[in-house]
Design a binder for this molecule. Sequence first.
Ligand SMILES: NC(=O)c1ccc[n+]([C@@H]2O[C@H](COP(=O)([O-])OP(=O)(O)OC[C@H]3O[C@@H](n4cnc5c(N)ncnc54)[C@H](O)[C@@H]3O)[C@@H](O)[C@H]2O)c1
Length: 349
Amino acid sequence: MRQLRTAVIGLGRVGWQFHVPQVIKHEGFSLVAVVDPLDERLAEAQATFGPGLQEPLRTYRDHLTMLGETRPDLVVICSPTRFHAEQALAAFAHGCDVFCDKPMAPTLAEADTMIVAARDAGRKLMVYQPHRAMVEVVALQDILRRGILGPVYMMKRARSAFTRRNDWQALRKYGGGMLNNYGAHFIDQLLYLAGSRAKRVSCALRTIASLGDADDVVKAVIETENDIILDLDINMAAAVPLTPWVILGRCGSATLDEGANAWRVRYFCPTDLADISLDESLAAPGRKYTSGETIPWREESFPLANYAPVDFYAKVYEYYALDRAPYVPIAESREVMRVLDACRQDAEG
Ligand SMILES: NC(=O)c1ccc[n+]([C@@H]2O[C@H](COP(=O)([O-])OP(=O)(O)OC[C@H]3O[C@@H](n4cnc5c(N)ncnc54)[C@H](O)[C@@H]3O)[C@@H](O)[C@H]2O)c1
């Protein structure tokens, strides 16, 4: 099996808890270097992962020294967002491929510098967008494939909590804010499910419970080129939970029942409906304003236990080591960045 000599930049929450363990676990990757400005995190990495590695683990306070001395095949960037572009460009200049955590960068313009640099250097670039790989998305794709909802016209997605955020992600100057943070996840997830680019974007941003100046309440409405309305709420100042998922189609709706860990679908078969026609008279018969019909609803439950999430690092290996198509094409990550920029512009304008 081809082994990718891999360096991880940033040993914070996602670097330490997700990327490093995944790199260690998959036999197609060998961890050769880690980068973090904090000495105690480097020492912790050496003590935890150093023993047993094929090649001695090298630890660095800065990415440039690491790139010059180690020249890995693959650089995994999970430092704070403001460093992503600078570190990716340096990696490409040293002949490395890059797997970057989301959001790609604080702005579309910076993301574009990464895409251009990867292309010019002939290197690969993919963004970690884990929410498209979640089991609830895999199950929903199966429901959509069955066609029981009819053509989908709206997807409503909400993430809510009450959090007085006080870390770097609470600050705009560091690329923080919930639009950048969760927005990058959910916009990718919704566009992926819709299978389309965005046509029109509107957005309102507020800072309510956060201690910083970055947004913690996001209300975005995105209309896709294939005419689906994506309605996104990210609300970190909500004392009651918002409904996380509602999918609306012409023949039915689906919602995720988190208690039962299952999608619940209510729908009708078009052939079961009575044959009624439009009445254009200006006096509704019997003074009634509905057709009076009873919809023959059908109900089905789709337990998530019947599905498996996508193994993201298996996809990472397939792309970087086996030259398969990228699981997250860079054009789709750019579209997420374009929509994030459009959300910011609409909210400010
Ligand atoms: N995909 C996901 O599910 C997910 C989850 C959380 C965070 N993220 C993203 O991952 C990135 C890191 O977020 P986090 O929550 O792990 O942050 P964090 O604050 O927990 O950790 C950041 C780490 O980077 C280190 N660091 C700071 N400056 C650095 C530099 N110049 N070079 C290298 N390392 C540096 C810090 O010392 C720290 O160890 C962000 O872009 C964030 O949006 C993604």
